[in-house]
Ligand binder design. Structure first.
Ligand SMILES: *Cc1c(COP(=O)(O)O)cnc(C)c1O
Length: 435
């Protein structure tokens, strides 16, 4: 299979190149030239996430240098569970897909670990060390740092918006050192993302460094995220005989893009509903038909504070006109007050503790008409609530137990460096790289 740029269908590369480059040279995002149709029967003997991923990703890697390595890559990357847990006490059949059992307790571990396992195996003609640039709204940076830490062929530079991530996220971003550098940017996530994009098209940096991106703009993060939608939807479909609906807490739209791709290749996924926080760019677009990116607003669901979601380009590629886009998914905004109410109420009524992001999905579920709640819905649990203890604990009046992998990271010293939201500052840091 070939991948093309969203901005130029003539620019085509194989999977290895698409992953190694991250962003296309014209600034577009890589998408498959055409999504395959996968016969559901092909998954009949596949039950675990690695087994499902192997079948799912085979056509995407077909003909590429790493095709034969996909089974090893998915086993290496997906070495932790993603259970679909029944929510007892809900008004209808409801599950939560828990994507937070990896090393940094958010779904970003799936993409980051797959990317690291792939890059390790992709043959490179350029002998220089790779420099991964990562803009993060909180969770990606930690996941990428964890996945690439101490791998001898790569340096990682993480950019996060200073003061706009939770205290525990910040610890997790800044605790690494060695081949990982963490920059606290005096700006928003959009500034961080812009700096990374500018670095990519900067001729001087392009000459000096072998840059790559680990953001959800990298197709090597999107493809693996399809795996948990595939595995969970197959599990529920085999049991219920009906395709489950998903509610996906969304920011930069990588996770929901993976869900829509999974449905498109033939997995039993019903309706897809996207939950945003007070950042209204996507719901407004579906409503008005006008794409109006805007500065991001800070909310309790901070990993979703994105005003100009990059992956919209991939959704438009899949559904080129507004009519199809509106038919493919819906999107609703959830306020901070609704997030708080959702965390409080579901703790009391379901005995479930949500992180503020997962709470946006839980809120939308409550808004569904009773008739619609007869169908099975899956809330996508994007992070462990212990990462957001400062928000969650006062609301539920109880301590959230910390997973042991997270507790280990929280005990390390913080090593971040302050920078202004300018390419010049990033350039200076990168020049100091031992590349
Ligand atoms: C990244 C993230 C999101 C948003 O996912 P996108 O792929 O950017 O839409 C939601 N919740 C959590 C906890 C996250 O880390």
């Amino acid at each position: 299979m070939q991948f093309q740029s969203t901005r130029n269908p003539q620019h085509r590369v194989g999977l290895s190149d698409a992953i190694a480059r991250g962003l296309a040279p014209d600034g577009g995002l890589y998408v498959p030239t055409e999504l395959p149709d996968i016969d559901r029967k092909a998954f009949d003997s596949a039950h675990t996430i690695p087994a499902v991923a192997e079948v799912l990703l085979r056509p995407f890697a077909a003909g590429d240098a790493i095709a034969a390595q996909v089974p090893a890559i998915v086993r290496d990357a997906f070495n932790f569970p993603a259970p679909v847990v029944e929510v007892a006490g809900a008004a209808g059949p409801l599950s939560v897909l828990e994507l937070f059992h990896g090393p940094t307790a958010a779904f970003k571990d799936f993409g980051a670990r797959f990317l690291a396992a792939s890059l390790e195996r992709i043959p490179r003609s350029d002998p220089r060390r790779l420099t991964m640039l990562v803009a993060t709204s909180g969770d990606t940076g930690g996941a990428v740092a964890a996945a690439f830490y101490q791998r001898p062929w790569v340096d990682v530079v993480v950019l996060y918006p200073k003061g706009l991530v939770s205290a525990r996220q910040e610890k997790q971003l800044a605790c690494w050192g060695k081949n990982v550098r963490t920059l606290a940017v005096a700006g928003t996530f959009d500034d961080c993302q812009r700096m990374v994009k500018e670095a990519f098209v900067d001729p001087a940096l392009g000459r000096d460094l072998l840059l790559s991106s680990a953001n959800s703009i990298n197709v090597g993060r999107l493809l693996p995220q399809m795996a948990y939608y595939a595995q969970s939807s197959l599990e529920l479909f085999r049991r219920d005989g009906r395709a489950p609906n998903y509610i996906v807490p969304s920011g930069n739209l990588g996770n929901v893009a993976a869900c829509l791709w999974a449905r498109k290749v033939g997995l039993p996924i019903g309706e897809v509903m996207l939950a945003t926080n007070a950042n209204l760019t996507v719901p407004d677009y579906l409503r008005t038909g006008e794409w109006q990116p805007r500065p991001s607003l800070a909310t309790l669901a901070s990993a979703m504070d994105v005003g100009n979601p990059s992956n919209m380009e991939r959704l438009r590629w899949l559904f080129p006109d507004l009519h199809h886009l509106r038919g493919a998914f819906s999107a609703y905004s959830v306020s901070d007050d609704e997030i708080r109410a959702s965390i409080r109420r579901d703790y009391t009524e379901y005995g479930q503790t949500w992180c503020p992001h997962t709470a946006t999905a839980a809120h939308l579920y409550r808004q569904l008409p009773a008739e619609r709640r007869k169908e099975r819905w899956v809330l996508v649990g994007t992070a462990h609530p212990a990462k957001f203890n400062d928000v969650v604990e006062p609301l539920i009046g109880a301590a959230v137990p910390v997973p042991s992998a997270l507790a280990d990271l929280l005990s390390l010293p913080s090593l971040q460096q302050d920078v202004a939201p300018r390419l010049d500052d990033l350039r200076n840091v990168l020049k100091g790289n031992p590349a």
